[in-house]
Design a protein around this ligand. Structure first.
Ligand SMILES: Nc1ncnc2c1ncn2[C@@H]1O[C@H](COP(=O)(O)OP(=O)(O)OP(=O)(O)O)[C@@H](O)[C@H]1O
Ligand SMILES: [Mg+2]
Length: 332
């Protein structure tokens, strides 16, 4: 029986192709990509350098339009919705090159993004919220009030992440967000992304070259030769490398992550596999099962209080939970 009233995916790509052209040549980067992205899910996209990952994110985030095909948000074609509205209200992006406003401080970058997207904290000023967000990811007031040009690459990357988190949107895109970060800081970012998806019902899409990050996501996609495919066989442990220790019998446990002890007190999100009983079919065991209905409300209505209406707290609180234990480490 089909369900005629099924909710459309938060993001849908239908036969999306993209070709770059100049006077001399045409380069087709994406070919007929069909994929749905759901709320409450943390995706990673892997692929060789030059395979089109950044191109895909720029289309999916409404920065560019595909040569052919359709991209829709909650069932509405982006062209109909309006790319500007989509970018302002529904998506935030952590860019590969950060794209910070270099004549501003870290704090001003975050506040500016909140002003543009119309985010108003339920309590306190935008400035206070931005300072808390920055502090939660290890940038204290003295760093926050410094020109971003005077921050290290990793610190700038964290400003870019704080700026995206401050916007409290439906979909968060991040392009190599942990490329310049040490392992512990990177793990904190991964934990935050996972929490955003699982506890706040956001859709999080992260482009990465890091297998370690990918193993902690719900769904691993690979972009190669213009095609996007879902990786069925999740990375396995081999000779002590990080990955999964293999699968337990289907009595309730799935693949168990190894190699992260001491970096994060939290269970990697493959726990969505480990937490539930798994079918014996090995192919289906490697994919997270369909999500159960959430007790929390799925989408926050656009409006002044979007940042705090969620019963589990807002992004700021989630970030603080994730990063609280790491602050001392970063400040040392
Ligand atoms: N504006 C552009 N004009 C022409 N070609 C482009 C443009 N932007 C990207 N390309 C080409 O499109 C291809 C995909 O680039 P893209 O930046 O999307 O790759 P990527 O997978 O993000 O790579 P990386 O992992 O190195 O960041 C590359 O061959 C690149 O040279
Ligand atoms: Mg790229």
């Amino acid at each position: 029986m089909t369900n005629a009233t099924a909710t459309p995916p938060v993001l849908r790509l239908d036969r999306v192709s993209h070709t770059y052209s100049d006077q001399r040549r045409r380069t087709t980067v994406l070919r007929d990509i069909d994929h749905s992205f759901e709320r409450g899910t943390f995706y990673t996209i892997l692929g060789p350098s030059g395979s089109g990952k950044t191109t895909l994110l720029s289309l999916a985030s409404g920065l560019d339009t595909p040569t052919s095909g359709t991209i829709s948000f909650e069932g509405r074609d982006l062209k109909e919705l309006g790319l500007g509205r989509y970018r302002n209200k529904h998506v935030a992006t952590v860019f590969q090159q950060y794209n910070l406003l270099t004549y501003m401080t870290a704090l001003q970058n975050v506040v500016c993004a909140m002003e543009i997207t119309g985010v108003r904290p339920a309590q306190g000023s935008r400035r206070a919220r931005a300072l808390r967000l920055l502090d939660d990811i290890g940038l204290d007031t003295s760093m926050a009030t410094r020109s971003v040009m005077r921050l290290s690459g990793g610190q700038q990357q964290r400003v870019a992440i704080a700026r995206a988190l401050a916007c409290d949107v439906d979909i968060l895109f991040a392009d190599e967000p942990t490329g310049n970060l040490d392992e512990d800081t990177a793990q904190g970012i991964i934990d935050t992304f996972r929490d955003l998806a699982h506890e706040q019902n956001k859709c999080v899409v992260v482009v990465t070259h890091s297998q370690r990050l990918a193993t902690q996501s719900d769904r691993v996609l690979t972009l190669r030769k213009g095609r996007l495919t879902e990786q069925v066989n999740r990375p396995m442990t081999a000779g002590g490398t990080r990955g999964f220790r293999g699968c337990r019998p289907p009595s309730g446990a799935g693949c168990e992550p190894v190699g992260y002890a001491g970096m994060s007190g939290r269970r990697p999100c493959v726990g969505s596999v480990a937490r539930r009983s798994q079918p014996t079919n090995p192919a289906s065991r490697t994919r997270p099962p369909a999500r159960e209905p959430r007790t929390s409300p799925p989408a926050q209505p656009a409006g002044p209080d979007r940042t705090s209406a969620h019963p589990k707290g807002n992004i700021e609180a989630a970030t603080r939970r994730m990063f609280g234990s790491r602050r001392r480490l970063w400040r040392s």
